[in-house]
Design a protein around this ligand. Structure first.
Ligand code: 1HE
Length: 263
């Protein structure tokens, strides 16, 4: 355990302690994100130990996360609401644009702010019990944790509009079909699969992981000509790292794994 918080734990995993497992631990409230918990997520990602190369986020209990803690919503005026949303933005930015790739291990409810948190991660692994919703629409509010930006990038604005206008709930299989998750695994195995992926990601060259986290999303938002220019710069920086040269040499000398046919 590297991080002390009543509702959040960070455990290190792997031979070199290269995986951080960040677990929301407020199951009695379905891991509802109160201010303390969202700030703890920010602090955890800002202070990952130097050994960490990939992280997993999951939730204790029957559900990944029930979203914003609605019991804290009632007393906020408009200005406080803006600052509260900006606080979420800053916290989830630490997940998305931090130091290491983050994999969300999903089960049960992934709703509202829980889906916003999952969307800030780089890969989502869902087990068969997972379901997704944006109940903000029916609660008379709006997304405020970056969902308006990140969820349409996964599933398109039309599907998000439908989820919020109609309260539509996606099950795990349909969630994978539309792009909410990249992996669908048997019930109870999302964490295990996420750790397996994180372990593999942790062996990548650091500059490649950096490029995927920091260059790729920015290139996606640039005009094509700018994107191609940024890509050329990033490619050149990545390939000039000694680690990249070693990896390519190892392949040419027959010492590195080939790409295998998919199962
Ligand atoms: C909560 C919350 C919460 C549960 N805030 N307390 N999110 C929502 O609108 C989803 C609201 N939650 C639910 O629909 C359900 O709780 C679940 C489908 C997630 C889980 O159902 P279940 O039957 O397993 O649990 P439960 O009995 O509903 O809840 C257990 C306890 O957790 C109960 O408290 P208790 O004191 O009566 O035991 C619930 O009140 C409490 N609880 N969810 C506060 N969300 C940055 S903007 C983001 C905007 C949003 O995220 S809006 C969407 C909010």
């Amino acid at each position: 355990m590297t991080f002390q918080h009543p509702y959040l734990s960070v455990q290190l995993h792997g031979e070199q302690q290269e995986i951080a497992i960040v677990t929301m631990n407020r199951p009695a409230k379905r891991n509802a994100l109160n201010d303390g918990l969202i700030l703890a997520i920010r602090d955890a990602f800002q202070n990952l130990p130097a050994s960490v190369r990939a992280a997993v986020v999951d939730g204790e209990g029957e559900h990944f996360c029930a979203g914003l803690d609605l019991s804290e919503l009632s007393e906020r005026d408009a200005a406080e609401g803006v600052f509260h949303s900006r606080m979420w933005h800053a916290a989830l930015e630490c997940v998305e644009k931090g130091t290491v790739p983050v994999i969300a291990a999903l089960h049960g409810a992934v709703v509202g702010g829980g889906l916003e948190l999952a969307s800030a991660c780089h890969i989502r692994v869902a087990d068969e019990t997972t379901f997704y919703a944006l109940p903000e629409g029916t609660r008379g509010i709006f997304v405020g944790g970056g969902g308006a930006v990140r969820v349409p990038k996964l599933i398109g604005a039309a599907r998000m509009t439908d989820m919020m206008l109609t309260g539509r709930v996606y099950n795990a299989a349909d969630g994978e079909r539309v792009g909410l998750s990249q992996y669908l695994v048997p019930g109870g195995t999302a964490r295990e699969k996420a750790i397996e992926l994180a372990t593999r990601i942790a062996t990548n060259a650091r500059m490649t992981n950096f490029a995927l986290m920091h260059a790729l999303p920015r290139i996606a938002e640039q005009p094509a000509d700018h994107g191609l220019f940024t890509e050329a710069l990033m490619a050149s920086i990545a390939q000039s790292a000694p680690e990249a040269k070693e990896r390519v040499r190892a392949f040419l000398e027959g010492k590195a794994a080939k790409v295998k046919k998919a199962d």
